[in-house]
Design a protein around this ligand. Structure first.
Ligand SMILES: Cc1cc2nc3c(=O)[nH]c(=O)nc-3n(C[C@H](O)[C@H](O)[C@H](O)COP(=O)(O)OP(=O)(O)OC[C@H]3O[C@@H](n4cnc5c(N)ncnc54)[C@H](O)[C@@H]3O)c2cc1C
Length: 267
């Protein structure tokens, strides 16, 4: 009973516990002109048999893309795919999943804590080097001091970049403070991506940052999290700005829900 009440409360941010729940949300978003990126909850996996199951689930998800609205993408966190156990195998699995994605779709790799950033980047660039850069995306956190270098590496690899502010609490040696410092870094990174002619999107709900960049750089794609500021999507669609929503699902929704609730209260 408690779990049922909690999942009902979480449903603002969480598509549901099964792929069918996520597919229903993707369909509803598509009817309003909004694309989706579907993620299966999970991170920090530490046993090999779970990693193989996660790979198989993602391969099945990649197989379903052909039946979903065109322009539906997949999102994945590599610690869910065994990054912490065996980075080389994780890279192989990412390559297999990306290869299974039909042409015109992408696998967007999430950014995790700064400690994992090198390993994540190595997996992404290895998959891109297998000739799959045009089906791949990575996430760059504007708050990390290393991100200007990472952006160059990702653009050189031909990988789509999802630019976010960054959701993890990091030491000051690794990260800028939340607020003005991170916002300025976000603006600078977006301008650098545009200067390089990179394919990228503005994954932020910050209206001031978004509108400043749209005014300066033109109609860049915008990405949002399910349940966060949905009221602005119609306006963006009407203005011809491509909009994509991150649609997460799965039984392990609790930690993600807590993160979003904390952010909604300014944490
Ligand atoms: C598509 C997408 C993918 C992401 N992937 C990653 C990732 O891989 N790694 C990572 O570290 N971070 C990721 N993030 C999260 C991101 O780093 C931020 O933590 C989050 O988006 C909040 O920052 P903001 O840019 O929206 O700006 P903020 O300044 O935090 O928020 C702007 C405004 O949005 C509203 N808002 C923000 N969050 C909420 C909420 N939860 N509920 C209600 N209103 C809210 C508020 O009105 C707030 O004033 C992703 C974000 C998006 C949109």
């Amino acid at each position: 009973m408690t779990e049922r009440l909690a999942i009902r409360a979480a449903s603002r941010y969480v598509a549901g516990t099964t792929l069918d729940h996520a597919v229903a949300v993707v369909g509803r978003l598509s009817a309003t002109g909004v694309a989706s990126s579907v993620d299966m909850f999970g991170e920090w996996v530490r046993d090999a048999s779970t990693v193989d199951r996660v790979r198989d689930d993602y391969l099945a998800l990649a197989g379903r893309l052909a039946d979903l609205p065109a322009n539906t993408w997949i999102s994945i966190d590599l610690s869910h795919l065994g990054l912490d156990i065996d980075p080389a195998r994780c890279a192989d699995y990412l390559t297999a999943i990306t290869r299974a994605v039909p042409t015109g779709h992408r696998v967007q790799v999430g950014a995790e804590d700064a400690r994992r950033a090198d390993a994540v980047l190595d997996c992404v660039t290895a998959t891109a080097a297998a000739g799959l850069g045009d089906r791949l995306g990575a996430t760059v956190q504007a708050n990390l001091r290393r991100s200007p270098r990472d952006v160059e590496r990702l653009v050189d690899a031909g990988v789509h970049v999802r630019l976010v502010k960054g959701a993890f609490v990091e030491p000051a040696s690794d990260a800028l403070s939340y607020g003005e410092e991170t916002d300025i870094a976000y603006l600078r990174l977006a301008h650098r991506l545009a200067e390089r002619g990179a394919e990228f999107c503005l994954a932020t709900h910050d209206g001031v940052v978004r509108e400043a960049l749209l005014a300066g750089l033109g109609p860049l794609p915008v990405e949002q999290l399910l349940g966060v500021r949905p009221e602005i999507r119609d306006d963006l669609v009407e203005r011809g700005i491509p909009v994509r929503v991150y649609v997460p699902y799965g039984p392990d929704w609790f930690r993600y829900w807590m993160r979003r609730v904390a952010e909604s209260r300014g944490a």
